[in-house]
Design a protein around this ligand. Sequence first.
Ligand code: BES
Ligand code: ZN
Ligand code: ZN
Length: 518
Amino acid sequence: MDTRLLFQDPAGLTTPMLAVFAVDVAIGKDADALVALLTTSDAISNAAATVLASGEFKATLGEQLLLHAPNGLKAERLLVVGLGKAKTLSIDEVRKGAGTAVRSAKPRGVREMAIAFPEDHALDDEHLENLPCTLLSRSIVEGAEVGELDWDTYRSDRKDRSVQVLTIVARESEEATKKEIQIGFEEGRIVAEAQNFARALVNEPGNVLTPTELGKRSKAMCGEVGLKCEVHSTEKLLELGMGAFHAVAKGSYEPPSLIVMTYEPKLEKGKSLPKDAPVLGLVGKGITFDTGGISIKPADGMDKMKYDMAGAAAMIGAMRAIAQLKPAVKVIGIVCSAENMPSGRAYKPGDVLTAMSGKTIEVLNTDAEGRLVLADGLHYAKTLGCTHLINAATLTGACVVALGMINAGLFSNDEAAFESFLTAMKTSGEKFWRLPCTDDYKDQIKSQIADIMNTGGTRWGGAISAAMFLKEFAGDTPWVHLDIAGCAWNEELKPWLAKGPSGIAVRSIVEWARGYSA
Ligand code: BES
Ligand code: ZN
Ligand code: ZN
């Protein structure tokens, strides 16, 4: 989709479809809806006045109302999109509203459309005060570009209904405001493209996206945006002593990939980062298919395990955006990619592995493979000089049991790194909920014969056992662990988002990294 920004009166824009946002300004739980449009254009308000007066449209989130040949407007159609209650309006609703607008155009065969930039002074008391212009325009682009995609490229009877041109149309305003809107627009485009890049990787089936293919695609992406990228395989794993990662990989015919992407900020001439400047390590679980290995998973739903590389995709996507947003901080992206298969060469329950850090691990279940590959990835990141670590992984079913599919799990060994992530979440709008990983839980991964074991002794607190395992390898380095098992795949079609890969964590990780910019 070609997304553009235009400063002019939306009422005078010639377009097949103009979308405008609406909120419910009624106060009180049982009050009838009172709809207000987020525009100061009288022409738009007049065009929608009769139908809004009917009370049929309540402006609930995702609700849509379409008028053809709206009176007094140049647009062929006026689409009113509900954002819910004005009182609870946040950037999240704006993002969803933009996605809804674009997804509403697609089945109608509308190829070009416009979204009117929301104006807070359209309301009596300025509800949008806490929604700065930069964030508003950024969210509209993100919501629209992420909402636009459908995962039908493998269908031979596919009818391409993509929206080809989207114009965000904001009224002429002060130069300072224009600049803010422009900045948000550019950032939104970069971040949304990165998120869609990650989603497209997750959408690929396991037979197409092998660890080798993931390496190839990462390398191609890095070439396009100017990142250094190295892709290693079995030999390097053995050379580095990555006994945990290698054990997972060895059951498969497909060789593993250790992908290392490096972003070095280019500073102004004569300037350099201080010696103690942070170096960020972004580590992703890239299991391109998880059968469970010898501890094989039940057949039911196993097909979904092609998305077990969503953590890796998030890191690859984040690196893409970081390369384009250019924060003044060094960032290293590390992806540990393998296929977890049962075979005559596969690792087995009872095996004892030696990780790169030297720690020994007793394998109780070969389906707890994500933590094994990440253990070596996290330690490797430290040897490359990373001072702050973040990892993302579809790590445990237990995390889905604990938090459902609305919040992803978050664990951290460091309050400052956690606070930075909370700040990032305010911009990203993604939902993560912190769970504990204090040393009280250490016994959960105590092994009879090795330093640690790869599952909890009981089934209780499984997401925490996994986090405790990873914490052993983060050590004293500030670390944030994101367990995205429940949120990486959108199970239900939403008015603003297709079913399938969500691209979760890309936006938050990018913001987290920018938070360390000098
Ligand atoms: N990839 C799975 C986790 C997962 C489960 C992701 C469900 C998405 C949905 C992971 O490798 C796994 O199998 N974990 C096991 C760990 C157990 C054996 C300790 C699990 O969660 O059951
Ligand atoms: Zn598994
Ligand atoms: Zn897995």
